[in-house]
Design a protein around this ligand. Sequence first.
Ligand SMILES: *Cc1c(COP(=O)(O)O)cnc(C)c1O
Length: 375
Amino acid sequence: MPSLEKYIQDQLEFFSNKGQRRILHHYHKTSPTTLQKENKEYLSFNDNDYFNLSTHPEVIARTKETIEQYGIGTRASRLQSGNHPLYRALENLLAQSKGTEASLVFGSGYLTNIGVIPALVGKGDLIIADKLIHACLIDGAKLSGAKLVRFSHNDPTSCQRLLQKHRRHYRHCLILTETVFSMDGDVAPVAKLFSLANQFDAYLLTDDAHGFGLFDHHTMPAHIHVGTLSKAIGCYGGYVCASQTIIDYLINTARSFIYSTALPTPILAGAAHAITILNNSSHIKRQPIDNAIYFTKEMDLPLAQSAIVPYIIGTSYQALQVSAQLEKNNILAQAIRPPTVPLNTARLRLTFSAAHTKNDLNKLIRILKEITDNA
Ligand SMILES: *Cc1c(COP(=O)(O)O)cnc(C)c1O
């Protein structure tokens, strides 16, 4: 047996022993609030489709129409012949929604971050990043070769100290945060970080994967906004919004943009349509947060700031137990374990959508209370 095979087997066993081995299940959506997992249907607090746009009848109709007109694949990268005119409408809508001059769509949010960050900074530059940023921002930072230092979570003072200590020793500087943190649901002090960036000749890059549609862009200033079309927009893909100069530069330098095939046309049309629907439905924009707030009030937890609520339990094993007990009661709430989150903060990550009813919320609250009272 090759030594690598033996190593792989040992590692898998090691993951299992720690309660951290991941396996895949099959899921599909059966209604805006329910998922079928293998052969059973569950009330779901598990996905990032905050406005239920992934199954919106108008978005579906628009994607069908586009497939019939143009087919599916775009057959080439955007700099070759893959740059379909549907990109123009989508990128205009994205730039508009962030109040920037321009935007650029990538294959996914992950591809956006591992493309944009190394395109902007490299060896001799500095990245100052929040302690809890998403793995793909870290991957982008590592890939860039820039010096990476981390500030305490959501603490502008800690960021400022690092700027004072390190900034002058490096050529350019990028500050990284998420707007809404994907595993904790709390909101970054974006305006303060933006003013620090301006003060220290740095750019602020924010990842809005979990904030799209929830907040007015005026309250979330940044030099560079990245995000995904795969969550609140319910489709697929990633984007960056910034000045025309930065976007022109990225078209020339972001390797995950240059060397990857353009997105399928139905996705481009569907995403643009989903954003338009969201722009025209101000009444649904508050609903995911209002549902999350209702839950946190009833459970005596710190008030929700977004559609994501962490229900912190402790060890991986305990979190898996609670998640399994919810499943027995036909509720899906994923246990998130280290290394995705820090040790001993294994949790349920609950996400709320506009479609959850009071009935759905009360069911979750009642059953979660029963489980934790009996633990
Ligand atoms: C999900 C997520 C991404 C990745 O986006 P995809 O389109 O799923 O690749 C990037 N950043 C954050 C903060 C995320 O939560």
